[in-house]
Write a protein that binds this ligand. Sequence first.
Ligand code: MRU
Length: 334
Amino acid sequence: MEIIRALEFVDGKLKFIDQTKLPLKEEFVVTDNYERIAEAIEKLEIRGAPAIGIAAAYALTLAIRNNNTPAIFYNAYDRIFRTRPTAVNLFYALSEMKNIFELNKNSNEVYELLLVHANKIHQSDENMCNAMAKNGLEIFKKKSRVLTHCNTGALATGGNGTALNVIRYAFEKGMVDFVYADETRPLLQGSRLTAWELNKYGIPFSINTDSTAAVLMKQGKVDLVITGSDRIAVNGDAANKIGTYNLAVLCCYHKIPFYVAAPTTTIDKNSPNGDSINIELRNKKELTNFGTLQITCDDYDVYNPAFDVTPNHLIHGIITEKALHKPPYDFRNV
Ligand code: MRU
């Protein structure tokens, strides 16, 4: 199967695919400028919780390549910290990089040491993706029709993905018949990015509006739903792309199992439950405009949260690189 990599560190530069252009254009950006990477995270050229963390680690490394003073490092740290608030992977990566910097700030090799650590975060994410796929196979009791939301594939991680990689691996093992990809309003990560990946992998799929999920379930066309997560609280409440909670409620009504797949770097040990998760509110233009086309009046009020929180009792299982965790969830020591 085709291998896709959203990010690569090559010859002292970060190379990433500009996800805002997919699937119509496959354009890569190559940069050694941390500010450009911070912008890419804000604009969702780089997106998906694990990929954001990895990009942040490389960005901080690049920030001090030519001048490794604490002032430059902390300035870049603060800038990247403010890019997106929900994916906890970002904050884990920043905090690990800060520790490495503080331990080595007087060394001539601080850049090299930061790069080694950024590579380690990247490699470890790739390994976790593979382990999640294997642990997730257990949820397929028969050849299944799966519905998913947003994009949780290679584009969202440093490896082959979280939920979408569970689906892809199960497909390789003959356990996936068909995938329904929610288009994922407003930025269409499903109809643009998940569809692009599924097409490359040769997995049969169709795209549907988010509001079609209920009808598909009523028609008996969905055997299970799997999504990713941007932050999982200690009690298993899981923040993910807006619309995920709707799906979990629909699954409960239709008696369809709802699963979440995420690496343990998405678990926030400081969030006892979903109420303490910081949910990103995005620009009103994402709703008043469709791309560059204005579709409604600028002066209308808009509520545009990028994520919602699915309560733990609606989640049948949470797949991490360590195990398929079953309720009741307690991630204090995972
Ligand atoms: O706003 P995005 O596109 O960064 O949101 C991404 C998601 O919601 C994904 O489901 C989540 O990050 C898990 S990705 C492996």
